[in-house]
Design a protein around this ligand. Structure first.
Ligand code: SAM
Length: 229
């Protein structure tokens, strides 16, 4: 069955605003409700994908707080922070570590309009010392109360929304898919609209079929697959 036009337009309008140049690295952030809240915020602001380094032997798990956002914002799991930070830097990201170093600056003094990666630390012990030395800039969110730190998902949301605010002021928020690398828009649109057909194409080593203007698949598919999509 073809996708409903309203659903197709919704997928398109979300993809139109996704940003490949804004991301987070979650270092040993372990609690399902925090991971879930963070991915939900990533989805809300238009982050294309997020990164995580997990505690040994653990995989990220989500709960109802995510409201399914983990389906729309892939969380890539890496063996350690050093490798992912090297990759992000090679891709042109400026890396902001969230920890109270002497050289840390108030996050409102920073320019997040270029490729930006925020590194957030574990609920209990914060960023590891080794990762702290690998960031380009240490930042903090000023605190006025008795408690010294925010919940990690709150800190993430504060930083991501500041990045969005700055980009909006600078007229840099994507409106029509320009926040994604060429070719990725159509690939993701197909995967979001027809996940089962996309999985079948990948298994069969076939390219995704083209979609017409209303999001219908414009080629004949095997009958059993047609019934499932
Ligand atoms: N005891 C830990 C420490 O000393 O870092 C507290 C960790 S805090 C609960 C978890 C994470 O949230 C931190 O590693 C950081 O990424 C983020 N965070 C919390 N409060 C923050 C703040 N005021 N500024 C920037 N990041 C903050």
């Amino acid at each position: 069955m073809p996708i409903l036009p309203r659903r197709y337009q919704r997928l398109r309008s979300v993809l139109d605003r996704r940003m490949a140049n804004l991301t987070v690295l979650l270092e040993q952030v372990d609690k399902p409700h925090n991971l879930s809240a963070i991915l939900r915020t990533c989805d809300a602001v238009g982050v294309l994908e997020a990164h995580a380094v997990c505690l040994k032997g653990r995989m990220p798990t989500f709960n109802d707080t995510a409201l399914g956002s983990q389906k729309w914002v892939p969380l890539h799991v890496h063996p350690n922070s050093a490798t992912v930070l090297t990759e992000l830097r090679e891709q042109g990201f400026r890396i902001y570590g969230t920890h109270l170093a002497q050289e840390a600056v108030d996050y409102r003094q920073c320019d997040f309009s270029g490729p930006t990666a925020f590194v957030l630390g574990a609920e209990k012990w914060g960023l590891s010392e080794s990762t702290s030395t690998l960031v380009d800039q240490a930042i903090f969110i000023p605190m006025q109360g008795m408690v010294q730190s925010l919940n990690v998902s709150v800190a993430t949301a504060t930083l991501l929304f500041e990045a969005v605010r700055q980009r909006q002021l600078a007229g840099l928020l994507p409106q029509h898919g320009e926040g994604l690398p060429p070719g990725l828009y159509n690939k993701l649109l197909f995967e979001w609209a027809y996940p089962q057909v996309a999985a079948w194409c990948r298994r069969e080593g076939r390219p995704y079929p083209a979609l017409d203007g209303e999001g219908a698949i414009s080629e004949e598919l095997p009958r059993n697959l047609r019934l499932r999509c």
